[in-house]
Design a protein around this ligand. Structure first.
Ligand SMILES: *Cc1c(COP(=O)(O)O)cnc(C)c1O
Length: 368
């Protein structure tokens, strides 16, 4: 009999580090997130949730003694209609993070390999490791996914290729024609997982036709989220689109009531709030131009972004800079865990937030 929980644990879990929340205001004991904090660390929508979504859930609060619809019928119907697919092409998740995990659990395990960009969303590597699959890291090229190099790393053991597009933490995207060529040349038995959490921020001409790949029955899964432009991070809801035989598997692997009633209702309302999406995109574009110019004035290089955050090289210790900014009430994300020691990832906020961030950064750069 194992003498400790650690000994008894699945060997794949043993090597995993605990989650690091990376929120200096919590670690520093400065209490809960307050109004004074400029929160530019989690790529949330600075405009808040859609007012229509807020209204939709207010009307449901007294019904939360009931379980939600375990099939997610209404939202799947609505998404399918909107995308030109059928509800059998759609799976819902407790955030797209749950779907990333479900995809790994359905298709990966000991003896398989999964190809992941470096740097890319840290959670990909985690879920791969948790299944006992082998992660194959492929360095980005000029901060962009190198699809050619990824294709070259495919072996008979490869089951999945993770492509964040736009990619977190670089904000870069790969053009649709490169994706088309990659899909065309894909060997049988390899699944491409597109993480499109920031898709809505892409200009139309840079949005790959993942719906078409799914419709054609390719071995493609596209994940989308209500956490970013839709402003519903706290409710936890995302969806996968994939060929129906894949959706059946994801549906078997999930828990029955993975998506709560408030999240589904808010998502339905948010999809209809086109004005909120348009303003969110516009605010992001304005903030992006402001930050580009401010970085240039400060003599800092950044990676041009296709999302709602920017990777900027502050040319000094990133972790210390994050702490120094936190002392001034500004939260941004350190990238040491990605091996980027002198860079930060900063969410594009509302104009007042961007200004406060730049003012704080200017002070930090001149005094540290
Ligand atoms: C924010 C984010 C997600 C979305 O996560 P949710 O679970 O839907 O909140 C997924 N992938 C990446 C790369 C992200 O940055």
């Amino acid at each position: 009999m194992p003498s400790s929980f650690e000994d008894a644990a699945s060997p794949h879990l043993k090597g995993l580090p605990p989650y690091r929340h990376g929120r200096p205001f919590e670690e520093g004991g400065r209490g809960p997130v307050s109004e004074e904090w400029v929160k530019l660390d989690y790529n949330e929508n600075p405009l808040g949730p859609s007012p229509l979504a807020v209204k939709a859930i207010q009307g449901l609060l007294h019904g939360v003694n009931r379980y939600p619809d375990c099939q997610g019928h209404d939202l799947k119907e609505r998404l399918a209609e909107w995308l030109g697919l059928t509800p059998a092409h759609v799976a819902l998740g407790n955030g797209s993070s749950e779907l990333i995990d479900l995809c790994a659990r359905c298709f990966l395990g000991p003896g398989t390999e999964a190809i992941v960009g470096d740097p890319a969303f840290a959670f990909y590597g985690r879920v791969v490791q948790a299944t006992g699959s082998q992660r194959v890291s492929v360095p980005l090229k000029a901060f962009r996914h190198d699809l050619q190099a990824m294709a070259e790393r495919i072996t008979p053991r490869t089951r999945m290729v993770f492509i964040g597009n736009p990619n977190n933490p670089t904000g870069s995207c790969v053009p649709p024609y490169e994706i088309a060529a990659f899909i065309e040349a894909l060997p049988a038995g390899v699944i491409v997982l597109f993480d499109e959490a920031y898709r809505e921020y892409l200009p139309d001409e840079l949005q790959p036709d993942t719906v078409r790949y799914v419709k054609e029955g390719r071995s493609v899964i596209a994940l989308r989220s209500f956490s970013k432009i839709y402003g519903l991070s706290g409710l936890r809801i995302g969806y996968a689109i994939a060929p129906p035989d894949c959706i059946v598997l994801l549906d078997k692997a999930r828990q029955p009531f993975n998506v709560n009633a408030l999240a589904s209702a808010a998502a339905l309302a948010a999809l209809d709030d086109v004005a909120h999406i348009v303003s969110s995109k516009r605010l992001n574009e304005a903030g992006k131009q402001y930050l580009y110019q401010a970085f240039e004035e400060l003599g800092l290089r950044c990676v041009p972004t296709a999302a709602n955050f920017i990777l900027v090289d502050v040319e000094r210790d990133g972790e210390q800079t994050v702490q120094a900014l936190a002392e001034k009430g500004v939260a941004v994300c350190s990238l040491v865990r990605y091996g980027l020691r002198t860079s930060l990832r900063v969410t594009i906020g509302a104009s007042r937030e961007n200004e406060r961030f730049i003012a704080a950064l200017r002070e930090v750069l001149t005094t540290h």
